[in-house]
Design a binder for this molecule. Sequence first.
Ligand code: FES
Length: 177
Amino acid sequence: MTMIKTNETTVPETEEQKYAELKEFIAELNTYEHSDSYLIRALHKTQQLFGYLPVRAMDVIAQEMGIPTAHIWGVATFYHYFNLNPPGQYTIAVCLGTACYVKGAAQILEAVKNELKIDVGETTTDGIFSLQPARCLGACGLAPVVMINEKIHGELTPKSMLDLIKKYRREAAKKNA
Ligand code: FES
């Protein structure tokens, strides 16, 4: 099993900083013609900042873009990409790109689903793990690959994937003690 760390992206730390950045982003969108057609970009930005689409952020978008909240929720629920619930402490993204798929990504995904008793797009009841599918994570040479938060883990087998889950469970128990 191999692990590499991806490039860090800078995300504002506090909730208020995140909302300030979201408002700034929308103000920029509002300078464009037909700005209401940029709703998806505002939703992407929200998910990037918060990891999901909080109700308060939806209200901010509605207010700042002048779009009815019901319409925003309609768009958000139409696309599977958007998370409507807070993610778990660790998000496991299983790469289902071609290179990973031919090296056994489906078995890795099954092992995770069985172990955590959740489906793709769900979070465990203890709030520790979320499961997401991913397209190519840019580490095909290490296939099959999963990303857990921002760390890439490669050359996995169903067994090493389960060991990894155990390791993160222990880490969570320590952090949450
Ligand atoms: S296909 Fe999985 S990392 Fe490229």
